[in-house]
Design a protein around this ligand. Structure first.
Ligand SMILES: Nc1nc2c(ncn2[C@@H]2O[C@H](COP(=O)(O)OP(=O)(O)OP(=O)(O)O)[C@@H](O)[C@H]2O)c(=O)[nH]1
Ligand SMILES: [Mg+2]
Length: 193
């Protein structure tokens, strides 16, 4: 797909505030600081569209962006951020899991994993959760620009074994733009309902 326009639509803190299920939704999930918001900006070509930060825990709401007036990109709060209070963490966990289970208009969950530390405990739990609920998901390995050649080989081996049901896996760098064309081409299969 080619992105010709994208605009911020709405931020919600509870499922009751979600917009009507009128468009297919591609949802971006992953640990805090993995690069979800940066990837969204890189895909849309609009730098400040999603708020980013070098400090984990920047995105705290479910943020909707309308793309090409026919599709939603959804930026989720990250999981696994240690500095968040226990009660808030539990609340987020419930919010995110009920969102993913209940939202019927989700056409694809894009799970972002840090290519330097793929499949940490919380990521493996997320993969199991998505597979248990039969959710179509794909993997994007972020910050690929930071990998050495040796790490690239190791990472691809790990991924083959732990995300067997992923629709596709893309190596990505928001800084160089590597993987952008490939990822957008994959999205073609998930934009029609
Ligand atoms: N080297 C490199 N750094 C990146 C890349 N993508 C994101 N980052 C950096 O990673 C940090 C976190 O990026 P965010 O996009 O805010 O991460 P997030 O997953 O949205 O984080 P939360 O909102 O806390 O869940 C920022 O300092 C980014 O500049 C990348 O492709 N390469
Ligand atoms: Mg974010």
């Amino acid at each position: 797909m080619k992105i010709v326009n994208s605009t911020f639509h709405i931020s919600v803190s509870a499922l009751s505030g979600l917009p009507e299920e009128s468009f297919p939704e591609i949802v971006f999930a992953g640990r805090s600081n993995v690069g979800k918001s940066t990837l969204l900006n890189s895909l849309t070509g609009i730098k400040g569209l999603a708020k980013t930060s070098s400090t984990p825990g920047k995105t705290r709401l479910i943020n909707y962006f309308l793309v090409n007036s026919t599709l939603f990109f959804v930026d989720l709060p990250g999981y696994g951020y240690a500095a968040v209070a226990h009660a808030e963490k539990a609340l987020w966990g419930t919010l995110l899991s009920s969102f993913i289970i209940q939202r019927r208009s989700i056409s694809l969950v894009v799970l972002l994993l840090d290519s330097r530390h793929p499949a940490m405990q919380s990521d493996r739990a997320m993969i199991s959760f998505l597979e248990a609920h039969d959710k179509p998901y794909a993997i994007v390995l972020t910050k690929y620009d930071k990998l050495t050649q040796k790490e690239k080989v190791q990472t691809s081996r790990i991924m083959e074994s732990c995300a067997a049901k992923a629709k596709f896996i893309v190596n990505y760098s928001s800084f160089s733009g590597k993987g952008k064309g490939e990822l957008l081409a994959h999205f073609d299969h998930y934009i029609c309902q």
